[in-house]
Structure formats: C-alpha cells, structure tokens
Design a protein around this ligand. Structure first.
Ligand code: NDP
Length: 334
C-alpha cells in the first residue's frame, strides 16, 4: 500500500510517517506541500521518493492507494472529498472539518465510495486508555458517576503558529484538544455527551482564538464529565479520573502522544497499579487502519467518531460563546 502525505506537517514527520512505515507492505510514496520548494526539502529530509505538484497530481497517481491528510484544519474537507472521489483510502487528522455538516459529508461520501475512512484520534490507541476502558467494561468501578479530564498543557514554541492566531485555519484549543477529550470520553465510557455547558478564555497565548476551555458534559446514563483544555499551562500535567459506585480510576500523564503515564485503581480492597501495554499509539492506529483496508475490522476511530468528537467540540465552543447550556448536535452521525 503506497501512501501520499497530503500536507508536509509536523505530526506526519514526528509520528505518522514512522507508523505507516512500521506496517508490513506499506510505504510513504509521496508528499504534497503548498510550497514546491518546501515539499522537496521535506521529501529529501524524510526519504520520501516523490513530491506532488498539486492535489490533483497526488491523487491521479495510480500507485497511491491511501492518503494521510494533516494540513491545517480548513483544508481537510476539500482534500478528503477529492481523495474519496479518486477512490483512495483516507486517514484524516482531527478535527475532520470546520463544521459538523462538512465532516458528515466526508463520511457519507466515503461510505458511498466503499473506501476506508478513519480519524487520527491517537489517544484511544494507547495501552493506558484501553486498559481504563476495559476496567470499566468489566465492572471494576461499578456504575460510572463522573469523569474528569485534565488536558491543560503548554503548546511548544514550534507549534505556536496558526493554532493560536488563525481562526480561519481552525485555530483554538477547542478544535485542537477538546476534540481529543471528547473522543476519549466517548471511547472510555461508551456513550455520547448529550448536553454541555462551558467557558473559554484567552489566557496569554491565544490571539483572536481561545487558548483555554473548561466544560461539563452530561452523558445519557446521567454520568457527568468535566474537561479542561489549555495551551498555557507549563506545569499542570495531564490525566483523567473516572469515579464509580465501586471504585475510582486515577490516570496521570496519559493525555499525551507517547505510551507513558500510570494508572491506579482504588476500590474497597485498596489501591492497585494497573498494568498497560507501552506500544506506540500511532503505530497501533495505523495497524488498525491497515487491517481495515484488508477487510478486517474498522479503523481505531472511524469517520463517525471524528464527526462526533467535532460535534462535542462545537457544542462546547457555542455554549461558551452564548453563556448557556446546549444540546450536542451530531448532525445525523450514526
Ligand atoms: P503544522 O503546522 O506542522 O503543519 C500544517 C501545515 O503547515 C502543513 O501542511 C504545512 O503546509 C505548513 N507548515 C508546517 N511547517 C511549516 C514550516 N516550517 N514552514 C511553512 N509551512 C509549514 O501542523 P501540525 O502537524 O501540528 O498539525 C497538522 C494537523 O494535524 C492539524 O489538523 C492538527 O489538528 C492535527 N494534529 C493531530 C495530532 C494527533 O495526535 N492526532 C497531533 C498534532 C496535530 P504545506 O503542507 O503546504 O507545506
């Protein structure tokens, strides 16, 4: 399977290219950049054999079977629709699009075309998150009462570009990190938030977009989720807690791109350390995507998972902007 990278991005360079190359029979064939000079430089540095002059050239290459889209957020929809139209499998970065309607359009088009479409929500691929989900599914904490996600980090200097100053490119912490937290809550709890209340702020980094958000989500079971995302917290550390009638799960340092952190289960019997696999998150995501191409299962996060995480993020931003609780509009997501 030969892949075209749509976007000469940091995430492709630092994580996803390695994950593609780790799959037997998969290779990175070409890269598309909006700047031919930058694309050539990127291809040379990363050992990618071909560069594409434009999207049409990347997609008309008959050798290419799959694309990974990791451009800035406002480009995802048009690029994905073109790739689907060309019959390529699509792994698209989060947020899938600028609107829930556009994201749903992408997923419907992929279904009609019969190609595999996945969302690159890496956290649900981690050993820690999968272990937490299994504890809950096995009833170890009883009925879930609440979940707390703390994902206030410090955006590294080299990423302090469009994310903090360009709303038209999809900047802001809500499209960047709240989407991940929405996916984590949905994955771990197995249900979709119905109603949210939220506040957002620019606390030192955001220029015209929010760099911090706090929100509370109500789940269909009645469980409540509290989420905190920020770009401006150098020392907060990340993690999540899930509290149930029979126990609590404490996970520290697990809202990250690396297979690190620790997970502890507390019940009447006492405290126990929960072991988990330390496999690479992105390699697992690509393995699941490659299996889906072979007809075995689905991507770790499907297109509809991407639509739903975006829908929660949009509800959070709208609730914060309007200062009132709002129902999440999933736009007909299945
Ligand atoms: P980058 O800013 O690194 O890349 C986005 C675009 O910016 C690239 O496509 C590239 O355009 C341009 N660009 C990048 N570096 C330079 C540079 N040095 N000079 C000029 N232009 C540059 O973004 P990220 O990799 O951080 O994010 C890309 C996408 O991936 C986003 O949608 C983001 O939300 C998502 N993401 C997902 C993560 C995950 O874990 N799932 C983690 C990080 C990001 P061109 O291609 O035209 O050269």
């Amino acid at each position: 399977m030969k892949w075209a990278l749509i976007g000469a991005s940091t995430i492709a360079r630092d994580y996803v290219m390695n994950a593609i190359r780790a799959q037997a029979g998969h290779e990175v064939h070409s890269v598309l950049s909006g700047s031919p000079a930058r694309g050539a430089e990127y291809a040379k540095a990363e050992g990618i054999p071909h560069t594409a002059a434009d999207l049409a050239a990347a997609l008309s290459d008959p050798e290419v079977g799959a694309v990974y889209i990791s451009t800035t957020n406002e480009k995802h929809h048009a690029q994905a629709m073109a790739a689907i139209g060309a019959g390529k499998h699509v792994l698209c970065e989060k947020p899938l699009a600028m609107t829930v309607g556009e994201a749903a359009e992408m997923v419907h088009a992929a279904q009609r075309a019969g190609i595999v479409f996945g969302t690159n929500h890496h956290l649900r691929c981690s050993g820690s998150h999968r272990a937490i989900r299994d504890l809950i599914a096995d009833g170890r904490i009883g009925r879930v009462l609440s979940m707390r996600v703390f994902h206030a980090v410090h955006l590294p200097q080299h990423l302090q570009g469009w994310r903090i100053n360009d709303a038209s490119a999809g900047g802001g912490v809500i499209p960047d990190i709240t989407v991940h937290d929405a996916d984590v809550a949905r994955f771990i709890l197995g249900e979709d938030p119905v109603r949210v209340t939220a506040q957002m702020a620019a606390s030192g980094m955001g220029e015209g977009v929010e760099d911090s958000a706090m929100s509370v989500w109500t789940m269909p079971s009645g469980a409540m989720v509290m989420a905190h995302e920020s770009f401006t917290h150098p020392f907060a550390g990340s993690g999540l807690e899930v509290h149930g009638t029979e126990g609590s799960i404490f996970a520290r340092g697990v809202m990250t791109q690396r297979p690190v952190g620790d997970v502890e289960l507390v019940t009447r019997e006492g405290r126990e350390v929960v072991p988990f696999s330390d496999h690479d998150l992105y390699t697992q995501g690509l393995a699941d995507f490659a299996a889906a191409i072979r007809g075995e299962g689905t991507p770790a996060a499907t297109g509809w998972d991407g639509v739903k995480s975006l829908a929660v993020a949009h509800a959070v931003r709208a609730a914060a902007a309007q200062g009132r609780a709002l129902n999440v509009d999933y736009g007909g997501a299945q």
